[in-house]
Design a protein around this ligand. Structure first.
Ligand code: GLU
Length: 315
């Protein structure tokens, strides 16, 4: 079955912006007759108890998902196998660069910002042996033969972005996020990826990697993020932004769902809605294309932006 998915990292509680992305992923997938899967991306940054709270919060909003929750930490063999295939095809090389060295190299006049400059790509055997003697554990990088790739995004159109020699396996041996996500989406039948638009820039790398592995490239929908009043990505320090924080202020999960629905133009001020109703109203073409500005509790004087609490109180 084709599916969509939500793939949180269990690094802490989901805030209202993450919850909104999850609701969107669910709406995109259910409105197109797809399955909806939950994948816990726990290759690093797992915090005790976070996963259970994340799942409970998603369920409290009314989201349902198909089959058991999948954990990346239980799928290391799959990632290793994909890396082995690329290595067998001559598509990988060891990289001994430190973060600092990469940063310095990309500050050079012809460097592409954020892209690996290829320092270790063509080391001679002697040079490699010398670096191996340094004792630093190498990362494994993809030997890419393109500099950009185009993916299809339902909200952003055709998106072309840089592809570099991305890391496949980190120096500490852990598979890299870009590799794991590509392997998992294909293995799970995910052909529609809905997630925050902070990951739009990663999608050309992931799409290219999928084609190298002979896997289908999913269709993407990168949705605008929630921001704080300063225009920064919403974070827990911005006030009452998790379901637990909002519950402590007297706002039920239904209240929060109503706030999210309103932010998406799917409900009127103060209107209470069920997910099933949102599904009937959902039309991707009408979704807001700008970030959602969330104002923290306590309510600030400035009227612009949408505060969950303010909106709930005026119901
Ligand atoms: N685990 C990633 C995150 O929580 C999302 C990855 C994805 O959706 O591709 O930011």
């Amino acid at each position: 079955m084709n599916a969509g998915r939500f793939a949180p990292s269990p690094s802490g509680d989901l805030h209202i912006g993450n919850l909104r992305t999850a609701v969107l992923a669910w709406l995109f997938s259910r409105s197109t007759g797809r399955g909806f899967l939950l994948r816990v991306e726990d290759l690093d940054r797992a915090r005790t108890g976070a996963e259970a709270r994340q799942l409970a919060d998603l369920a409290a909003l009314g989201l349902d998902w198909d089959g058991p929750v999948v954990h990346q930490s239980a799928r290391l063999d799959l990632y290793a196998e994909a890396i082995d295939r690329l290595t067998a095809a001559g598509r990988t090389y060891e990289c001994f660069c430190t973060r600092r060295e990469i940063q310095q190299a990309t500050e050079a006049p012809h460097g592409i910002p954020g892209a690996y400059p290829g320092t270790c790509r063509s080391l001679t055997a002697d040079e490699r042996a010398e670096r191996q003697r340094s004792g630093r554990a190498p990362a494994l990088r993809l030997r890419s033969d393109v500099t950009e790739f185009t993916v299809r995004d339902l909200l952003c159109g055709d998106f072309t972005g840089p592809v570099d020699d991305l890391v496949l396996r980190r120096g500490d041996g852990a598979p890299a996020y870009n590799l794991a996500v590509v392997v998992d989406d294909a293995a799970q039948g995910v052909d529609q990826v809905v997630r925050g638009d902070d990951l739009l820039a990663s999608s050309p790398r992931q799409g290219y990697l999928a084609t190298l592995l002979g896997l289908p490239v999913p269709t993407y929908a990168h949705v605008p993020l929630a921001l704080n009043e300063q225009g920064q990505r919403l974070a827990k320090r911005d006030g009452a932004v998790t379901l637990a924080d909002l519950a402590a202020l007297g706002h039920s999960p239904s209240d929060v769902l109503a706030t999210i629905a309103r932010s998406l133009g799917l409900a009127g001020p103060g209107e209470m809605v069920m997910l099933a109703e949102l599904l009937a109203r959902f039309a991707p073409a009408r979704l807001p294309r700008e970030p959602w500005v969330v104002r923290p509790e306590p309510i600030m004087a400035e009227p612009q932006g949408i505060s969950p609490g303010e909106q709930l109180r005026h119901r």
